[in-house]
Ligand binder design. Structure first.
Ligand SMILES: Nc1ncnc2c1ncn2[C@@H]1O[C@H](COP(=O)(O)OP(=O)(O)O)[C@@H](O)[C@H]1O
Ligand SMILES: [Mg+2]
Length: 378
């Protein structure tokens, strides 16, 4: 790859990186990331996505080095970043953690943080490397190293909005995040409140937040959040639910102070009252895309476990199933298994590929890109 990155090549990085990792080509994977980190973006140098791509590559490099237990190298890169870019608070926080992990400084004592594991345990999460890196930078590090963030006067996260197509892991990853943070987890769906827009809903909402506060530190997960805080223009509402929506907003303002992390999830971000996304409320929005290459390969491996099979080419299968959701991948494997059973043969790559051809995904790349950018426009 050339040194001059275009928007298109930059977008391909996650795909090539994941492929190299699936093939076990660690050195090549690091080299690819380094190329992007050092890349000259030309006309794109100031582009928001280009810059973010570089930052993510930087995080991924540190993450891989940690995963491979090359902690001193990770620390060296982190120290370099702190030198070059002293306002990178996440790098400062990572540096402190790595120093403690390497026992270069004593572990934190007398704080709740001592119960945290030194490395993040995302076991059972297939793929999603970028999402995990963003969670670490934007949520986990600030909550674990608040002193550093206070020093730099960077506010701690109050809440996050996860959005994206259904069946792609929003609920799943929110639960995992609570585990990684070692936070209690409270989940509510619109159906748990009955209709929140009936008499007494305001008290119910108050009780919900009070309960979360009592179990702090706590993640309050609001699934299908658009139903709790609908925008006035959405839903074609005949009656204003502003009192209930305001009740939510008031409580959202208090969450950070009360050690409650609010995570909202939605497939329909445009139907949320925009006031929810104001600073101090759910001010971070994170797109949860359909499973990436690694996630697809790992998920299919999981679905194939303990089934009679020939040697399966999971990389090829993952390459042929872009845009498929987890549920769609599972269906494909189940169908291939049924077909193989009918023929009294072990499942082969070909059987699965046949099933892929028969079952088209509900989404396509254009649709997904439109969903990703919908919130900015809306
Ligand atoms: N990273 C992942 N690794 C393995 N399984 C996953 C992952 N993300 C999601 N899943 C599985 O995919 C299915 C759909 O995920 P879910 O969180 O319910 O999607 P959403 O909330 O976005 O509609 C669930 O069965 C979940 O266990
Ligand atoms: Mg869900």
């Amino acid at each position: 790859m050339e040194n001059l990155f275009t928007e298109e090549t930059a977008k391909q990085i996650p795909y090539y990186l994941q492929k190299l990792l699936l093939q076990g080509r660690k050195a090549d994977a690091l080299r690819l990331l380094e190329k992007q980190i050092e890349a000259d973006g030309g006309l794109f140098e100031d582009d928001k996505d280009f810059k973010e791509g570089k930052r993510i590559s930087w995080l991924l490099r540190i993450d891989l080095l940690r995963e491979w237990n090359r902690l001193s190298e990770a620390l060296a890169w982190t120290c370099l970043e702190c030198e070059i870019n002293p306002t990178n608070v996440a790098a400062q926080a990572l540096k402190e953690q790595l120093k403690r992990q390497l026992k270069l400084v004593p572990a934190k004592t007398n704080t709740v943080k001592t119960q945290f594991q030194p490395t993040l345990n995302w076991d059972g999460v297939a793929g999603m490397r970028e999402l995990k890196a963003i969670f670490e930078r934007d949520i986990i590090l600030p909550l674990r190293e608040p002193e550093i963030y206070e020093l730099y006067k960077v506010t701690l996260p109050n809440g996050v909005l996860l959005y994206g197509p259904p069946g792609c892991g929003k609920t799943f990853i929110a639960r995992k995040l609570a585990q990684v943070l070692n936070y209690n987890f409270r989940e509510i769906k619109p159906s748990d409140l009955g209709s929140i827009y009936v008499h007494g809903a305001q008290e119910k909402i108050g009780k919900l937040f009070a309960d979360a506060k009592a179990s702090a530190p706590c993640m309050l997960f609001l699934d299908e959040i658009e139903a709790f805080v609908p925008s006035r223009s959405g839903f074609g509402m005949s009656h204003s639910y502003q009192a209930e929506v305001n009740e939510f907003l008031v409580h959202l303002n208090e969450c950070e102070k009360n050690k409650i992390l609010v995570v909202g999830a939605t497939n329909l971000p445009n139907l949320i009252d925009p006031a929810v996304r104001r600073p101090g409320r759910l001010d971070k929005k994170i797109f949860v895309a359909p499973p990436d290459l690694e996630a697809r390969a790992e998920a299919m491996k999981l679905y194939m476990k303990d089934r009679p099979q020939t040697e399966i080419d999971f990389i090829q299968l993952a390459e042929q199933t872009e845009c498929y959701t987890f549920a769609e991948l599972e269906l494909i494997v189940n169908e291939a298994a049924r077909e193989a059973l009918g023929n009294r043969k072990p499942i082969s790559t070909e059987t699965i590929l046949k099933s892929v051809l028969k079952n088209k995904p509900a989404h396509n790349p254009q649709l997904i890109e439109k969903m990703r950018t919908a919130v900015d426009e809306g």
